[in-house]
Design a protein. Structure first.
Length: 316
């Protein structure tokens, strides 16, 4: 009689983390981290984002990030993202001397703001505060490890951001972040709670695989052009998503096919978490996408369902 062999298949992210563990580096060996902490590292709480050290570090980083921009481009950015008028001005002589002294004697040099911002494989031992930082190039945090709190609140990612297979061991704050291009968190693990409230994802959000062990807040997070992909991601019971249609992409011929599939996953997730109202919301979103698939006659019942649902809900 043939015996069945049961294979214990480990998640891809877990395998990659184990394989590449020996390649990890301490943050202080990374030139972008040194640049981001010119005035010192953060040893305080996760809310320690109003100190002089934080503001001085942000000034050094944002001035460096925008040094090749025109005066008009800098002015537009300060107005759009609520930064101080002088924050993007060139370093003073004193600041430049301080930056050079921090890199003196190291085997690393001040990075070029036009190349990839490479934090991959970096182990952040302490709280990191990137609140309001401008990431003007591709930001690569793949397989990085955050041993302290991770504060990215109000940061702006102008290019692709990659947090694939990263590990967040405590609270992670991505509230009010602007992801202008693709944001990828494939196989990332959040061992603490994570906050994406009021974040804006303009061009794709990918969260396949991995898990969020504590609360996940996506309240009022806005997904502009495409529905986020949460395939095979495990959630804590306290997972919250916006049920305001304005926070989700308008269905169209270009995004309906993937949108339907990704809404199906969100509907299934809400069912698993016993969130009935949210489940119904994502079902309606699923149907709105389906209305763009197939010929007009085939889609007529779906369109009628959508109109009736809107009328019923508007009377509540």
């Amino acid at each position: 009689m043939t015996e069945l062999v049961h294979l214990n298949v480990r998640p891809l992210g877990e395998l990659l983390r184990e394989i590449n563990k020996s390649k990890q580096m301490d943050a202080n060996e990374n030139p972008w981290y040194v640049l981001a902490t010119i005035y010192g590292e953060h040893f305080g709480s996760r809310w320690d984002d109003s100190s002089d050290i934080y503001l001085q570090n942000r000034r050094i980083w944002n001035s460096w990030a925008c040094r090749d921009m025109s005066t008009k481009e800098k002015r537009d950015i300060t107005i759009k993202y609520g930064l101080a008028a002088d924050e993007l001005q060139p370093w003073t002589e004193e600041e430049e001397h301080l930056v050079n002294s921090r890199f003196l004697g190291k085997s690393i040099s001040i990075p070029n703001p036009r190349v990839e911002i490479d934090f991959s494989m970096v182990v952040f031992q302490h709280t990191i505060v990137f609140k309001g930082f401008l990431f003007v190039s591709h930001a690569n945090f793949q397989q990085s490890v955050f041993n302290g709190y991770a504060n990215f609140r109000k940061a702006v990612f102008f290019k692709k951001s990659s947090f694939n297979t990263a590990t967040f061991k405590y609270f992670s704050d991505f509230s009010n972040v602007r992801f202008i291009k693709e944001a990828s968190f494939r196989h990332a693990v959040f061992k603490g709670s994570v906050d994406f409230r009021r974040a804006v994802f303009r061009n794709g959000a990918f969260f396949q695989g991995g898990e969020i062990i504590q609360a996940a807040r996506f309240d009022n997070a806005k997904f502009s052009n495409s529905v986020p992909n949460f395939y095979n991601r495990r959630f804590h019971q306290d997972a919250r998503f916006s049920t305001n249609r304005k926070d989700w992409p308008i269905p169209s011929v270009t995004n309906a096919e993937n949108g339907k599939v990704y809404y199906t996953r969100l509907r299934s997730l809400m069912s698993e978490l016993h969130k009935v109202d949210d489940e119904h919301f994502f079902f309606r979103q699923e149907m709105r996408c389906k209305a763009f698939l197939g010929c007009w006659l085939e889609c007529l019942p779906v369109r009628l369902y959508g109109r009736i649902s809107d009328l019923v809900l508007s009377d509540r």
